[in-house]
Design a protein around this ligand. Structure first.
Ligand code: MIC
Ligand code: SF4
Length: 642
């Protein structure tokens, strides 16, 4: 039978279940990655599982998010992570070395392998022909312990690329166009697989921009074939021996197909405050800009920064804005330095930062009040930049640099000739600070600072659940709404009691306090939500911290994949409305009873009655047998211990 690239990698790694759409499958995971903001928790969980060494082919522990050290907390976490890597046998990529996804693409990714990462932009690896997926920290901890990763068998969305990108139009615009057509929930339940003659026109870093940004479609992941361009990328990294060809068979079939002629694309931009709020740049051209940031795991490769620098060779950036560069990795920084492009950037007025996530996760770089911020980042969710009421636009490096020069949003085609750039046949690897796994040594001690709190214990699910609707929210609620990030809150990622104070902070600053009082009165919490609830980040804190406060059930129209998996892992029951119109019939504060919920779960019932102020409403239980057992036990760690 003819197979897609997705089907080939899935069947090579299948260790349980059948590859039938909608059923649960279990996959062998070859590689894992963690970043610091989710990693501390993932390693506390790995310790709780009690396995002495990681069992994957390769696991890497990155520090890239919590780089601002305004007190001891982040610095302590960095040391904790380094000691954990040494003890458990992982590679360690220290602060300043770069964004996990960029470094992983450069130094570790291998076509045809599976990669599980505790970050939603792990699909970056799809640019190399890997099946690279984001997950919660606990799922990554299980994979490091050698356990399979469970997943509902996705459908395959084929994106057929034809044509060639025009000057000043780049990979970012390809995905902006896909987001414009499909929206932030258009990829839910799918793996996006790129094929067709246009694929050969894109380099591996272009492809990685597309698969990375594809996370914003809500897709399970995105994948490109592995071809001659993949071979030359790996050769430039000195890793040609790790190349293998991996392309879809002639006649392979996709569940959906979208055809995209790249030659018809023009520069696009996502307006505030959602990545799918996309228009052509010319429609918003002329608006004054206060800040331009080039960086993030989506667009900070050697190609991206070189194009920006070359466009600035004979120009300088406007003095009315702040123009900032966050290189994706030490490799990127070393190569643009060796090429001389770094000097051009500095000379033209750029503020150059260390390699890392920086302002993308609100670690500094907050824009001024009312000021438009143009970013080559993947997310512009409200408030994520750190400034309330922010106006963040997402665009390509080309649009960013043109706007930085003119001081207003600018279609880069106005700059005239497009700089030529060919990727060097051999790059400086820039991996001198990556620490290889230490040999097993029982004397290695884990270094723990006072901010690292023990993992909380959770109770199992009662026979009948009762509580109150403590929050009702609309469609497309992001994990940034549920559990915000930013320089103030991120340092609390290793301390669940402390971080839980900020749950739903953007919506109701008193939420944590109200929950504490409700629980004292014996009222556990149910949260009501709309479509695509929990989109965005993989942060399990968005499940763990509400659970710590006493939120035990979520009843919504639909869930984002990773968030739903995190809810299950921490024993929060994810239910969906059987009739979406019931959403309008339930109000915040209403008393809720779910009689016989434990029995319903364990007997495999597909529906359960939820009584809201005494009125029955039907809810769907869309869960596998394993999920049901985990929920009844009160979470994955409880279940695994049993
Ligand atoms: C993000 O882009 O939102 C993050 C920060 O990288 C998250 C992970 C996190 O919250 O730590 C992600 O994308 O998963
Ligand atoms: Fe870092 Fe931003 Fe990428 Fe998340 S999206 S990994 S915060 S650069």
């Amino acid at each position: 039978m003819s197979k897609t690239v997705t089907e080939k990698i899935l069947s090579d790694h299948l260790v349980g279940g059948e590859m039938k759409q909608g059923g649960e499958i279990a996959l062998r995971i070859d590689q894992t990655l963690t970043q610091d903001a989710t990693g501390t928790m993932a390693y506390l969980e790995f310790e709780a599982i009690g396995i002495p060494r990681v069992k994957t082919e390769l696991s890497v522990c990155y520090v890239d998010h919590n780089l601002v050290q305004s007190d001891f907390k982040n610095a302590d976490d960095h040391r904790f992570l380094q000691s954990v890597a040494r003890k458990f046998g992982l590679y360690f990529s220290p602060p300043g070395n770069g964004i996990s996804h960029q470094v992983h693409l450069e130094r570790f990714g291998i076509p045809g392998k599976t990669l599980l990462g505790s970050d939603s932009h792990t699909p970056t690896g799809g640019g190399l022909g890997m099946l690279a997926m984001g997950a919660g920290g606990l799922d990554v901890a299980m994979a490091m312990a050698g356990k399979p990763f469970y997943l509902i068998m996705p459908r395959v969305y084929g994106i057929r690329l034809i044509g060639k990108l025009q000057p000043w139009v780049s990979a970012r615009d390809v995905l902006l166009e896909v987001l414009r057509r499909l929206s932030v929930k258009g990829g839910v339940g799918y793996i996006m697989e790129y094929f067709g003659p246009g694929v050969a026109e894109l380099s591996v870093t272009d492809r990685a921009t597309i698969t990375n940004f594809g996370a914003e479609l809500g897709a399970t992941t995105s994948v490109f074939p592995s071809d001659e361009n993949t071979r030359s990328f790996l050769a430039s990294q000195g890793r040609e021996d790790q190349w293998r060809e991996l392309v879809a068979d002639e006649g392979a079939s996709y569940d959906e197909i979208l055809e995209l002629d790249m030659s018809t694309l023009e520069p696009l931009i996502a307006c505030p405050s959602s990545p799918d709020n996309v228009v052509p740049v010319r429609e918003v051209a002329g608006k004054p800009v206060a800040q331009v940031l080039v960086g993030s795991c989506t667009n900070s490769s050697i190609r991206d920064l070189t194009v920006v620098a070359r466009a600035l060779e004979t120009r300088e950036v406007s003095r009315d804005l702040s123009f900032e560069i966050n290189p994706g990795s030490r490799q990127v920084l070393e190569n643009i330095t060796a090429q001389g492009d770094l000097l051009t950037l500095i000379h033209a007025g750029a503020r150059v930062h260390q390699s890392g996530c920086m302002g993308c996760i609100g670690m500094g770089q907050a824009p001024p009040t009312e000021g438009i911020s143009l970013r080559t980042f993947p997310r512009n969710f409200p408030g994520r930049s750190g400034t309330a009421g922010d106006k963040v636009y997402l665009c390509s490096p080309e649009v960013a640099v043109a706007s930085a020069v003119k001081g207003v949003i600018t279609d880069p085609r106005d700059l005239g000739e497009y700089p030529v750039f060919t990727m060097p046949a051999k790059v400086l690897p820039g991996d001198e600070r990556i620490e290889s796994p230490w040999p097993e040594d029982n004397t290695v001690e884990i270094v723990r600072g006072p901010n690292i709190a023990p993992f909380p214990d959770f109770e199992s699910l009662p026979d009948t659940w009762s509580g109150r609707i403590v929050m009702k929210v609309a469609d497309n609620i992001t994990t940034d709404h549920i559990m915000p990030a930013g320089a103030k809150i991120l340092p609390l990622r290793s301390n669940i009691p402390a971080i839980s104070e900020y749950v739903f902070h953007q919506i109701n600053q008193k939420f944590a306090h109200e929950m504490q009082e409700a629980v004292l009165d014996g009222n556990y919490g149910l949260v009501v939500g709309g479509e695509n609830y929990g989109q965005g980040s993989s942060r399990e804190h968005a499940a763990l911290a509400p659970r710590y406060l006493g939120v035990q059930v979520k009843l919504v129209k639909s869930f984002a994949r990773i968030h739903k998996a995190n809810l299950i892992n921490f024993g929060i029951l994810p239910l969906t409305f059987a009739d979406p119109d019931d959403y309008d019939r339930v109000d915040q504060e209403a008393a809720v009873v779910i009689p016989g919920i434990r029995e319903a779960l364990l007997s495999g019932a597909e529906k359960v009655t939820v009584e809201v102020n005494g009125v029955p409403i039907e809810a769907v239980i869309d869960l596998s047998t394993r999920h049901r057992e985990i929920l009844a036990a009160g979470g994955l760690l409880n279940w695994a211990r049993k």
